[in-house]
Structures are given as C-alpha cells and as structure tokens.
Design a protein around this ligand. Structure first.
Ligand code: ADP
Ligand code: ZN
Length: 613
C-alpha cells in the first residue's frame, strides 16, 4: 500500500473498522510513519499493535516485527490476514519450503508485515535477506525482554541494538506493557533509543475491577466467584505450585467448569495444546503457574484469579492485566491469607543470592502486602506504585473492592499486644517458638492436643483473647506480619518479635487494623446476576441475539481453524446485537467491521439478524 502519512485515519477505518484513535495512538503513528523512532509504554489492551501496524501500512516497504512469542505468531498473522493485511512470519516452526515462500514474498515486496523471532536476527543470512527487500520500519515488541530482570530471550534482544547501525534510515518503534521507571530506562539505553520520542500512557485499566479478599477456602471461594459472576467466561487462575495448579483444575472440572492445567512440569505438547484451546475456544478456564500468559493477546479474558499471593506488585499488575484487553468489564480477584505471608517470607529466607537480593525480594513482598492491606483505593495505590500519582480528589475509583465496600479500620493495639505477649511468654519463660495456630489456640483458650501436650493451658495468657473469633485473630496476625510488627522464622513458620514489636508492647505505638469483611462478600457490580458471558451493559433484549452471534462465530472460527476473536471480538458482536443493522452500510459503521470482514461476513450476518426477511 502506498500513501502519505495522512492516510492513517483512513487505514484505521477501512482496514480495522475503527472510528477513532485511542489515547496517543495517532501521535505515535504519525511520528513513526514520518520516520521517527519511538519507545512506547502502554498497558496491556491499550492498543499497541496499531501503533506499528498502521505505519507499516502507510509507509513504503515491509514492516518487520520482532516478537519472541513464536507460538503466537500464527495467530497474529491469521488475525491480520482476516483483515486483508498481507502478513507473514519466519520462525523455527516452519520447514524450509514455507520459509522460502515467505522470504520470496518479502523480497518481492508482497508483504505489509513480517513477524520475526529475535534469534533470527543473529543469523547473517537473515540480515542479508532484509537487505534484499525494503524494510519500512522495525517494531520491537515485548521490549522489556532486554531488561536485566531476566528473560530467556535477553541475548537475542540485546543484539537488536545493531539494527540501528545497519539500517540507520529505518525507523524503530519499541513497545512494552511494563510500567516501572527502571525498566523504561533500561530499554532506552540497551536499544539505543535515548533520542527516540518516548510515549508513556496511563497504566490505569478502568475496566478491570480489582478485588482482594481474605483467603478462607480458596477453591470454594473461586468456585463461588465463577458461578455467581463468570459463568461461561474465559479466565486465568494463577497458583504458585504445579501441584495446586493440578488440584485446582481437577476441582473445577469436577464442579462442572471446563478447565485445563498449565505449568512447566507438563510436556511441551500438552502445554501447547492447552494454550491453543484456551485461545481458540470460548469460555475455557486455564489454571496456571505464572509461566503462562506473556504475549497472550486473547481479548476476552473476563477474569484473572490469584489463589496465591503474587511476589511483587509488578507481577500482580502484569498478570491481572491479561484480563479485559477488549475494554469490557473484567475482574481481577485475589485471595490472600496468613499462610501466604508465612510462605513467602520463608521462600525469601531460603532463597539463593546475597543479602542485597533478599532485601530486594523483601521490598517487593512488602509493597504487595501493603496493597493487600490497604483501606484506601486499590487502583490509586497501584498507580501510585508505578509513579502515576492520582489526585487526592480522584483517589476513589468506584471499581475496586475498597471503593465499593469501604473497609473499616479499627484500633487493634490491645489484640496486637496480646499476640505479641504470648510470643514473648513462650520465648522468655520456656524458650519455645510456635506458629500462628498455636498462639491463636492459646489466646482463645482452646484445649487442643498440642496445647495440652506443651502445658500451654497453664500460661497466664491462656484464654485471654475470647473477644475475637479465630478468623479475626488470623487476620490480626497476618496484618502484624504485613506491618513488620511480627516476623516468621525457620521452616515451621514460627513467630518471632521484630525491633518494632517493643513499641507496641510498651504502649508507645498504636496499631491500626483493617476489619476483614465477615464473608468475602462480592462487590456489587450489577443488581442482577450476569447472563452467560454477556457484557453487563448489553440490553436485555439483545442478549439472545448476542448468544446467537457467538454460536455463529464459534462455528465459523472452527471451520477456519482460527481463534474466535480473529472473526470478531466480543465488543463488536455486542455492537451488532445492540444495533441490529439491516444493511451492509449500517453494519460497516460498527466498530471492528472493516472492509474485508464486511465483504466476507456481512451478508451472512444480515441473514442471521433478519431470519424472516
Ligand atoms: P496491546 O497490544 O496494547 O495489549 P492490542 O493492540 O492487542 O493491545 O489492542 C487491544 C484491543 O483494543 C484489541 O482488541 C484492538 O483491536 C482494540 N483496539 C486498539 N485500538 C483501537 C481503536 N482505536 N479503536 C477500537 N479498538 C481498538
Ligand atoms: Zn478504588
């Protein structure tokens, strides 16, 4: 395609079927289309792809996209072809003939976009191939892979700094969804993009509802969430260990929810198959360790649930960010409890590496705990963490659990003193150390076998804590750990005092605690339970049509062997169901209906919408 940069809005409408640019898309596209270098930090779902796809379409030559995720290249290329864009890829999954064909298309200028795995660029023959064709731009996707915090692709990514030397006239655009300042700086210096224009978008994801609930029976809590709010929805459940991944997936299946496991212990084929099913099918749940998810651009992931505490706020943000790329309402749900804190502290103590490394891990954990225990807006705190301060006035987002049902904070100084003095007594009088369970049994005056065995019913603190229930004591211990007023030690999670404990015991320091909701009440989103996967704001009357469209889409996708979203996104189906167009013109006005899809599916859709016509 040949056209001046001014053609960008036209390409947006004609090819992608979208009415207007989002956020800074237009500025970025104009800048790159005019030959400028760019570094783009934009959250997942922000619309990074268009930022290099449109310049590639309006500039002469082929846009070369470097992406480490070879398992997803086929889907990316399929999605582009479905829009009528001439796209191809080169990676190690192809045989020689397939590769030759793509190479010939590239040299002949018969492609708009060419996807390349980064390791290809370390091979001289690839570089010579690029010399034989005409490159319109280099897009470096997942650019955080150059950063120090370790990715498998790092050496390949570091080599990308040479693109600039070999093809100084070709503009480069690097993109990432990583929000931290440190990574931003590192990408700029490693890829020699200091002189590029930097575009940093807001990292807010307004359509994601953040909820963090006290963990009590996590599998059951998850099941309730799925049954009450996400029936038939696609989603990701994250667990820390392979074992809990397996158990949770089994549990969901037993309870009638379609779910598959994903972790590094499964063989590569099973893993690839489960990932492919998740991408292709509507409404499958994948239960995974954090090894799953990078680059997954399934737009309609409706929930991300964490059954264990993420190790850092960065991790939490990246993982939850995989929900709702299509901008429709989605849930980020995390169940978190005392055991998580104990376990993670233990992992840090036992971790390899020097003290500086452990301090870093501790700082990460502490920031995550602060997010869990906050009584103020989770979103505000999250953005604050990434240095994107919200004004005090807008520090209530209305779409996180603490904004929807503000938790109370209460003066927990006396219960804190009771916990701490029990720890002191055991240590001072008897040289013993115990975990939270025993301390709580003692406070409640429970004559458990272990209490009797150690004669703990003879302690003066035995039974002094009947004013709180067991769950409340656990909540209090958890929060003391989170606030650094108590620490855990050794393999058994025994509780010990910290330097700060003395101030509490001496009465010089007040302890504020968050009152956990009695039941992990779900935040009110709508007054009526959601229909099967129908977006909340879909009018009642349009729901059956939406369902019909989904069934049509599933059948069409299956026939073509592509993911359902390659045909149309949920957001587009929703618009079609709501607007009920009766002519091709009306249909083409809807978001996500470009020229190619209109020609291909328009007539079928109109028949489907007006069966009696
Ligand atoms: P990212 O790569 O930043 O995570 P994508 O490029 O996958 O995001 O875009 C996220 C979703 O938003 C996709 O479904 C995409 O089609 C849609 N989208 C992007 N830009 C626009 C726009 N200007 N108008 C409407 N939808 C858009
Ligand atoms: Zn909020």
């Amino acid at each position: 395609m040949t056209a001046a940069p001014t053609a960008a809005p036209e390409v947006l409408r004609r090819v992608f079927g979208y009415e207007s640019f989002r956020g800074e898309q237009q500025e970025i596209i104009d800048h790159v289309a005019a030959g400028g270098d760019a570094l783009v930090l934009m959250p997942t779902g922000g619309g990074k792809s268009l930022c290099y796809q449109i310049p590639a379409l309006v500039r002469d030559g082929v846009g070369v996209v470097i992406s480490p995720l070879i398992a997803l290249m086929q889907d990316q290329v399929d999605a582009l072809r479905a829009l009528g864009v001439r796209a191809g890829f080169l990676n190690s999954t192809q045989d020689l003939d397939e590769r030759r064909l793509v190479e010939a298309e590239f040299v002949a200028g018969e492609l708009d976009l060419l996807y390349l795995a980064p390791e290809r660029l370390r091979v001289e023959s690839t570089l010579r191939l690029l010399d034989r064709g005409r490159v319109s731009l280099f897009a470096i996707d997942e650019a955080h892979c150059v950063a120090q915090w370790g990715h498998d692709f790092r050496p390949d990514y570091l080599a990308l700094s040479q693109l600039h030397e070999r093809w100084p006239e070709v503009p480069r655009i690097a993109l990432t969804a990583t929000a931290t300042e440190a990574t931003h700086a590192e990408i700029a210096s490693r890829l020699k993009l200091q002189d590029a224009r930097h575009f940093v978008a807001s990292f807010d994801r307004p359509n994601i509802q953040y909820r963090i609930v006290p963990k009590d029976d996590p599998k059951k809590q998850l099941l309730t969430l799925l049954r009450e709010e996400h029936t038939g929805d696609a989603g990701i459940v994250y667990c820390l260990s392979r074992n809990s991944v397996e158990k949770t997936a089994e549990f969901l299946v037993k309870n009638g929810i379609e779910a598959v496991p994903y972790h590094a212990g499964l063989d590569a084929r099973t893993r690839a198959e489960h990932q492919a099913r998740f991408l292709r099918e509507d409404g499958l749940v994948i239960v995974a360790t954090i090894a799953f998810g990078m680059g997954i651009d399934k737009p309609d992931v409706r929930f991300v649930a964490h059954l264990d505490l993420p190790k850092s706020v960065e991790g939490y943000y990246q993982e939850t960010g995989r929900a709702g790329r299509d901008g429709l309402p989605s849930t980020a749900w995390l169940a978190y409890g005392l055991q998580d804190v104990v376990q993670q502290r233990k992992m840090i103590d036992g971790s390899e590496g020097d003290d500086a490394h452990r301090r870093k891990l501790t700082a990460h954990l502490e920031a995550m705990l602060a997010l869990c225990e906050t009584v103020t807006c989770r979103r505000a705190q999250l953005l604050d963490y990434f240095g994107q301060r919200t004004d005090a006035s807008s520090a209530s987002c209305g779409n996180c659990d603490t904004c929807l049902t503000p938790p109370e904070s209460w003066d927990g100084t006396i219960p804190a003193q009771k916990i701490l003095s029990t720890v002191v007594r055991l240590k001072r009088e008897r040289g013993q150390k115990f975990g939270a369970g025993q301390i709580i049994d003692i406070l409640l005056g429970k004559k458990s076998a272990k209490v009797i065995q150690f004669d703990h019913d003879a302690l003066s603190v035995f039974g002094i804590g009947t004013e709180l229930r067991e769950a409340e004591w656990r909540g209090a211990v958890r929060q003391l750990l989170a606030q650094g007023l108590l620490a855990v030690e050794g393999d058994y999670g025994t509780l010990v005092l910290t330097d700060a404990s003395a101030e509490v015991l001496g009465g010089q320091r007040e302890v504020r605690l968050r009152r956990d909701p009695v039941r992990a009440a779900k935040a009110p989103r709508t007054s009526t339970p959601r229909q099967r996967a129908a977006p909340v704001d879909l009018p009642e009357a349009a729901v059956p049509v939406f369902e019909e469209l989904r069934a049509w889409r599933a059948a069409t996708a299956k026939e073509q062997g592509v993911p359902a979203y390659v045909i149309f996104h949920d957001a587009t189906l929703r618009e079609i169901a709501t607007a009920s167009p009766t002519t091709l013109d009306e249909l083409s006005a809807l978001n996500g209906v470009g020229e190619t899809k209109l020609a291909k599916y328009g007539p079928q859709l109109l028949t489907l919408l007006t069966p009696n016509a």
